[in-house]
Design a protein around this ligand. Structure first.
Ligand code: ATP
Length: 175
């Protein structure tokens, strides 16, 4: 066994905006579920209304339970640009994710980026997941420093083939 495979698996997916990082993460989560691995974590999709972005949600991966993370023109203390963080609903989903972390085989985050790290509840959740010794797959915003483990840079040219390379690496590390 190599030194790398003795440590907890850490896979980071990075690349330019819109290149297909989330699509690959969801592919990996589906394949892991098909192979009977339990995945816990969260993602933060944008919400559009009539084509315009009005905010973000936070969704727990295990249960698919989601709620508002930040919304424009909402009352509240923490602002991310024109969006206000909805702390109560963000906290509720973060707590669901935390309760699923203990039961999971693999942890997943989409994504570790400047917006997520500016929101106290999400920053804490990311730190808790990063400090956990379970295998982790995370989308890393291109502005973040590499975090050890293995980092895959997604491009339009490699995105259709690299997902199988990442899957094979994960499955062989978990076995
Ligand atoms: N392999 C692919 N082939 C064709 N279209 C793709 C592929 N992967 C992703 N897309 C499309 O590109 C768009 C962006 O994909 P995705 O959200 O996965 O990118 P992302 O890198 O996570 O974006 P962001 O930087 O906004 O988080 C989506 O509409 C998706 O359907």
């Amino acid at each position: 066994m190599s030194e790398e495979s003795k440590k907890a698996l850490r896979v980071f997916i990075t690349g330019n905006p819109g290149v297909g990082k989330t699509t690959i993460l969801l592919f990996l989560i589906n394949k892991l579920s098909e192979n009977n691995y339990k995945v816990a974590g969260f993602y933060c999709p944008e919400v559009r209304e009539n084509g315009r972005r009005i905010g973000f949600r936070i969704v727990d991966i295990t249960t698919n339970e989601g709620d508002w993370l930040a919304k424009e023109n909402a009352p509240g203390r923490v602002k991310i640009g024109k969006y206000t963080v909805l702390e109560d609903s963000a906290k509720r989903i973060a707590e669901i994710t935390l309760s699923n972390v203990n039961k999971a085989d693999v942890l997943a985050i989409d994504e570790i980026g400047p917006m997520e790290l500016k929101i106290p509840t999400i920053k804490k959740l990311i730190e808790t997941i990063l400090n956990n010794q379970k295998p982790l797959i995370a989308v890393l915003h291109r502005t973040q420093k590499p975090m050890g483990g293995r980092t895959y840079v997604i491009t339009v040219e490699n995105r259709d083939s690299i997902k199988y390379e990442i899957l094979n690496y994960i499955l062989s590390s978990l076995n």
